[in-house]
Structures are given as structure tokens and as C-alpha cells.
Design a protein around this ligand. Sequence first.
Ligand code: ADP
Ligand code: GLC
Length: 480
Amino acid sequence: MSRLLFVASEAYPLIKTGGLADVAGSLPEVLRQNGMDVRLLLPAYQDVLRIIPAPMPVAELELAGTRIRILETRLPGTATVTWLLDHPLFAERPGNPYHDPRGHPWPDNADRFMLLSRLAAAISTGQTPLDWRPDVLHCNDWHTGPAIALTHLSEYRPRTVFTIHSLAHMGLFDRATFDRLGLPQHFWHDGTLEFYNQLSFIKGGLVFADYITTVSPTYAREICHAPGGMGLEGLLRQRQERLVGILNGIDHSFWDPATDPCLAQNYSVDSVELKSANKSALLQELGLPPWEGCPLVGIVGRLVEQKGLELILPVVTEILASPAQLVVLGTGDPRYEEGLRALAAERPDAMVLILAYNEALAHRIEAAADVFLMPSLFEPCGLNQLYSLRYGTLPVVREVGGLADTVVDARPETLAAGTATGFVFQRPEASELLGAVRRATGLWSDQASWRRLQQTAMRQDFSWQQSASRYLALYNATDL
Ligand code: ADP
Ligand code: GLC
């Protein structure tokens, strides 16, 4: 049986800030079900230790002059063996894994995630008291990039895979931090971890991994060119033969309208008419007066530039006039929070804003809304549009990254062929977004056509099994 060490900085349901947690909470378990001997490695943040009160210590060792413990548990709801890196750098930090309550990155993030990387590399090269080392080390995003670089310092190293969930965060730190971390001098070189006179954690993965993956085929192409590559396009083009786009899946044990315990009313593709009970329940819950003959538009996500807030804010008034009601759930950039707050205050009859992180409410909005807005400027994969499709909530998206790969625009040809699943626009302009929303609200009035689109959307198969098979093929590839 092949052994896999899967390393990430967050995994649902233990700790989550975004889609990475959804992936790290699902993919390892599906790989385990496909016959791999999997260990998921995560930091033991304070909030994780609260959920798992008595994890079992399985090893204690010294890494770069500091003592750490490895605690063992199972990822809740799965049989995936999960190792938690126990150290005060994680255990003494409550809340968000990356920043303080005011939104400032923890000043020692380089030390924190270098420790995670060092442990991943030590396990991978057999330098721990554990009687286990992997055949494959699979790291995710900048927090774990150096792990792959560090395995190259050992004679024995496993096969390595590095997944880019977003290039927007590269883990950049100054030269003094590089020196403090005590990394080998040859890592300060533009052929290794240096990036324009800074230390870049993500380059550890991009330069040294046997395979680089990212979370959609379109994003895999976009990052090989400016502006999508964010300065790393040259390196990524050099490594293009080893760069693969594998679309994320969705976990039906959490995201299935037929069984979702958060919903007022469960429904399926054969009973879509029941979906509207969720809309009535949500409007009541949020205190929005029900408007007859008008769709409900939903937005759930981080309120940051990436998610297209610059396109949404200028046309909210027109969207409401189309007519439509709007519910927004998210937290993020204070600029956007403030802008949305002002708009919601102007139109309490039509718009509700919830500035919070609320998993159950995210499920209820996916089920209640008719239309879901996700006009991202860039989107490596995106999970919310996949959840929307599954819940028969037709997405309005920009043709970029994973959004382009997963939503089929409702045009005369696709409507006639019965393949349409949503509304897609191209240029990052508010007027184009508005045009797509108007096409959606227009089609919504034709309930028979709308129902056909919903059923096509709900029948799309974005289960993890397909994607897991592609990762397995890479783990076993013979072209190295
Ligand atoms: P990203 O990872 O870029 O934020 P994704 O679409 O891949 O975008 O994943 C976002 C995940 O985070 C989804 O599971 C979404 O439901 C969840 N999410 C984001 N913001 C919130 C929020 N305010 N409340 C609840 N869930 C949220
Ligand atoms: C990142 C991306 C998002 C992707 C998620 C999981 O957060 O922004 O598009 O779905 O990672 O891969």
C-alpha cells in the first residue's frame, strides 16, 4: 500500500478560512478510500486542540533547536489518521490561523510555517522516531512549500507533489528572516527560494516538486503568463511539463441538498420545487420581506478584491432594481464591508448583509437563493459555484480559472442542447456583470426554462472520486 503524507495549514472541520480547508478535509479521505495509507499533517492551533481535547502523543523530537510533539487523532467524520504539530507557536494562538484579531499577519508566520515544513520534511526523510515514512509527500500552498525544498537536502526523499490553491499568497519574507531561519545559503538564489530579493516560501514547492498541480485546467494555463502568474510565470513555463490542472471536487457528505442538516427543507433533482421553502425560511430568518415574482441573489465568500467586489459594488442598486433581493454573507476588506453596509442600510427591504463567518448560514443561502454571484477577477478553482450548481442555484460567474471550467453559459445553443448551467461574462467590468445578472433574472421569469437549467446544474458530477483518480495517477506516474 502506498503511503501518503498530505500537509496543509487548514482542514475542515478542524480549522477553516476558505476552500483550502474544504479540499484538505476531503481529498485525503477519498485517497484513503482508494487504498492509500494516508497521514494528514496540520498545525495544532488552539482552536483545533479545543475540538480534539485528548489527542494521543505519538512522537516528540527536536527541530531546528526547538522541541515539538506530534499528536494523533482522526479527522472528525472520517477515518483519516491526522497528525497535529504541537508547539506553542500554534497552540497559543486563538482564532484565525494566519492573522491576529485586527487582521494583521502574525509577525512570526515565517517561523510558524517553517516549523510545519521542517516537520513534514523530517517525516518524509525518516528523521523522526515514527515508524512510518511516506512514498509521496503532497504539500499545499505557500505554508508548506519549503518542506519540498528541504527534502532535497537528504539522500532519501519521497516523490513530491505541490498544489497551488492560489498564487496570490507567496509567503514572502525579508533577508533577515531568511538568515534567522537558518536555511542553507544556496536557498538564497533566484533558482531556488529567492524572489526579487525576498524569501518566497511558495518557490520551495514550485522549484523542487516532482509535480506541480493547481486546482483547475484553465488556472494552470493562466499562471504560465502575466498577469495570472504574478511574476512567477517564467518559472511556471519552465516547469510546464510537470504542471497539471486538476479540478477540485465537492464533498457530498457536507454539500448535498437531499441530506444537508442545515436546511429548512431538503430537496433533490427530482423535487426541485421543494427548494423554494428554503427561500421563505431564509427571508424570514433574516427579516427580509418576501417579494413575489422576484429572484433572490446570494453572495457567500471572502470580501476581497479577488472575488470581484469592485464589479459588484457599483451595480448593487441596479441589481436590486432588476428586480431582485440580495443576501451577502462574508468578511474581508474593511473598504468592501463598509461599501456593502451603506448599500444595505439604504435598501433594508431588498438587501441583507451579514458580516460574519457562518458555515450553517452559508449552506442555507446556497439552498435558498435562486442566483449565486461569483464575478471573480481570478479564481484558481472556486468551490462556491460548485455548491451552487449542486443546490440548483444558478451561478453568475466571470469566465476565468475554475469558474470557466465548471459553468456553462446559457446561450441559445447551450439552452437548445440542454447543457447550460449558469451565466458567464468575460471582461472584468461592472456593466458586463450587470448584463449577466439581467440575463439571469430575465430567464428566471420563464420558470419552465429555469427548472431545466437547475436540473442540468444539479446533475453535474463534481464528486471527488474523479479528481482523486487524477492525483493517484500522478503519485504513480512512471515518467520521473
Ligand atoms: P476561497 O478559498 O478563495 O475563499 P472557495 O470558493 O474555493 O474560495 O471556497 C470558499 C469556502 O469558504 C466555501 O466553502 C465557502 O462556503 C466558505 N466561506 C467563505 N466565506 C464564508 C463565510 N463568511 N461564512 C461561511 N462560509 C464561508
Ligand atoms: C483557493 C482559491 C479557490 C480554490 C481554493 C481551494 O482559496 O482561491 O479558487 O477553490 O483555494 O483549492
